[in-house]
Design a protein around this ligand. Structure first.
Ligand SMILES: Nc1nc2c(c(=O)[nH]1)N[C@@H](CN(C=O)c1ccc(C(=O)N[C@@H](CCC(=O)O)C(=O)O)cc1)CN2
Ligand code: GAR
Length: 228
């Protein structure tokens, strides 16, 4: 029986990487068969997720590129140029799927257009990199669709619960479009908030759900683009 090609994912992070760790642990198991992580890119040098990647077995190639240092080193460049450089690094790893796992940077149209193949990516120091088929991008967000778009969603949901504005919160993985956290949901899971509990207890329960949802959603989208 011919072996089906390995399915390749690139993961973008900014922080501790516990969701990256969930993907590392699931890769090449029945939860994520025939799959391996080909790149971990962080926009924060101190992101512990970079350590997780380096300590994986086998170690996962990592990259670091932050917006402000990039703009300082390239005064003629813009934020979309930074996004294009992020896209270049990602496309070079030839992923079937890109997962934003705590990636705290809003991507411009330029990034999405390159990943979708609409905008060619001229790679200055290599043959032109061609995106021959759209590379989907998904994002993990710690809230329900349309509830708390953007950053600090956990804190905002907790505060809304204290004010009686919501009864529950949740986690979703959604497709990434230009509008932040407005892409079609892939997986959605509610997470209850319990009266009187500290935010830390809610947050811990929510993260545990995230670690399941991110693997489930990654498997689902991979099966769409690159069936086992
Ligand atoms: N075009 C898109 N980009 C991103 C999406 C998306 O749906 N469309 N999802 C986000 C992830 N995210 C929430 O899930 C999110 C991350 C960061 C921010 C934000 O305000 N970032 C600031 C910088 C904040 C910082 O550096 O601490 C910024 O980018 O200027 C909002 C939402 C990932 N990108
Ligand atoms: N708006 C995006 C956002 O808030 N993402 C959140 O960042 C955390 C990353 O944790 P991790 O680094 O331990 O995976 C996760 O809680 C994820 O939902």
């Amino acid at each position: 029986m011919t072996e089906s090609a390995q399915r390749r994912i690139a993961v973008l992070i900014s922080g501790s990487g516990s969701n990256l760790q969930a993907l590392i642990d699931a890769a090449n198991t029945p939860r994520l068969p025939n799959t391996h992580i080909v790149l971990v890119l962080s926009n924060r040098k101190a992101a512990y997720g970079l350590t997780r990647a380096a300590q994986a077995n086998p170690p996962i190639p990592t990259a670091y590129l932050a917006l402000q240092p990039y703009l300082k080193a390239n005064p003629d460049k813009t934020r979309p140029d930074y996004d294009a450089e992020v896209a270049r690094i990602v496309v070079r790893s030839k992923p079937d799927l890109v997962v934003l796992a705590g990636w705290m940077h809003i991507m411009s149209e330029r990034f999405l257009d390159i990943l979708s193949g609409h905008t060619p990516l001229e790679d200055t120091d290599e043959q032109q990199l061609k995106v021959t088929r759209p590379i989907p991008v998904i994002n993990l967000h710690p809230a329900l669709p349309g509830a708390f778009d953007g950053a600090n969603a956990i804190e905002r949901a907790y505060e809304a619960f204290q004010k009686g504005e919501i009864k529950t919160s949740g986690v979703m993985v959604h497709r990434v479009i230009r509008e932040v956290d407005r892409g079609d949901p892939v997986v959605v899971k509610e997470v209850e908030i319990r009266q009187g509990e500290p935010i830390e207890a809610f947050e811990e329960r929510l993260h545990r759900v995230e670690w399941e949802v991110i693997v489930q959603a990654t498997a689902q989208v991979l099966n769409e683009v690159s069936p086992v």
